[in-house]
Design a protein around this ligand. Structure first.
Ligand code: AHN
Ligand code: ZN
Length: 337
């Protein structure tokens, strides 16, 4: 069959002209063109605002350490509920008394914002919102027992997801989205503890949610967990549990990052395996879930020198990192059909 090239070219020009209208960015198209790819994707992805995400990180940190059973924790939880409502989500607050490694009863709340709750095509976006009660990676014994601000470890993932919630309200993607803020992730056995060993002391909120989801029979195509996604110069290697249990989703996310020009943040290399909320989402709720988590091969802990220390404050947060992660997640979500 003889193809009418001038007509096809004219039609494509028209399509692009229409797609260029309005003030929405065309990240997908720009990224494809820059990467020398084939045809630009036609989906319009709202522009992630890193300054807005940064503000949401700061607003959490301003409450102080968000350790379960404290006033700051309660106040920040109320703030998160208010923001999700403000951004038009259907909000579920899942309250639970969770038992910590030392038998402390934690008054915990998983906070869920659902968009298009009736759609069966869904994606789960999650992060933990509590901060660690101990700076147990500090050298000094006294500092070790004090709680941390967790600007990166906690607030960064939530900040990115609040910005995504704001954008979903403005222009919804084709699928349903659940934003889940897990509580009591970071109350695991501290390095200075000398009592009896106990398993599964991290990720208490996600363990609870994965056993008893906010709606019966809950399911999603896949999940994306954001953990420590705001550190200056952060690198997100392919976390090994995610790679093993959700390889197609890892591929999709890392390819999206590279398409958008964020290859330096997302090396195409495997990191370590991390026990994080995504492990329980997969093992207990059977939803494949990818952990986007900072892995620093240079540091002793693998999570950067400020991890679980008092240095994890706003000074370690770089909007450029929030931007790389936020745009990548937006790209993936808005390309789901
Ligand atoms: C452990 O250290 C066992 N897991 C890392 C999960 C974590 C802690 N993410 C943030 N803080
Ligand atoms: Zn932590």
């Amino acid at each position: 069959m003889k193809r009418n090239y001038p007509l096809i070219a004219a039609a494509l020009t028209l399509v692009f002209a229409i797609a260029s209208c309005g003030n929405k960015s065309r990240q997908a198209a720009a990224g494809d063109a820059a990467a020398g790819g084939t045809l630009p994707a036609s989906v319009v992805v709202p522009a992630f605002n890193a300054d807005s995400a940064y503000r949401y990180v700061k607003e959490q940190v301003d409450f102080g350490p968000r350790v379960p059973n404290t006033a700051a924790h309660r106040a920040c939880g109320d703030y998160l509920i208010g923001k999700l409502k403000q951004f038009g989500a259907q909000v579920h607050v899942q309250e639970a008394d969770l038992v910590a490694y030392d038998n402390t009863i934690l008054k915990a709340r998983n906070i869920i914002g659902a968009y298009r709750p009736d759609s069966r095509r869904r994606v789960l976006l999650c992060a933990h919102w509590d901060s660690r009660p101990y700076a147990d990676a500090e050298r000094g014994k006294k500092q070790q027992k004090q709680p941390i601000l967790g600007a990166n470890d906690g607030a960064s993932g939530v900040g990115v997801l609040l910005e995504i919630a704001r954008l979903i309200q403005q222009q919804a993607p084709a699928i349903g989205v659940d934003i889940v803020f897990f509580d009591a992730e970071d109350y695991g056995i501290p390095s200075f503890y000398r009592g009896p060993y106990k398993a599964d002391t991290w990720c208490l909120g996600s363990q609870y949610w994965a056993r008893v989801p906010h709606v019966q029979g809950y399911n999603a195509r896949f999940g994306i967990l954001l953990d420590m996604v705001g550190g200056r110069g952060a690198t997100f290697y392919r976390e090994r549990f995610s790679q093993r249990t959700a390889p197609a989703e890892v591929k999709k996310i890392w390819e999206a990052a590279h398409r958008l020009g964020f290859g330096s943040f997302f090396p195409q290399e495997d990191g370590t395996e991390v026990t994080d909320d995504h492990v329980y989402v997969y093992n207990l709720a059977h939803i494949p879930c990818v952990d986007i988590i900072n892995y620093d091969p240079q540091s002793d802990t693998g999570f950067g020198d400020f991890w679980h220390t008092h240095d994890d404050d706003l000074n370690v947060i770089d909007p450029a990192t929030l931007n790389a992660v936020g745009r990548t997640v937006m790209e993936v979500v808005y390309n789901e059909k």
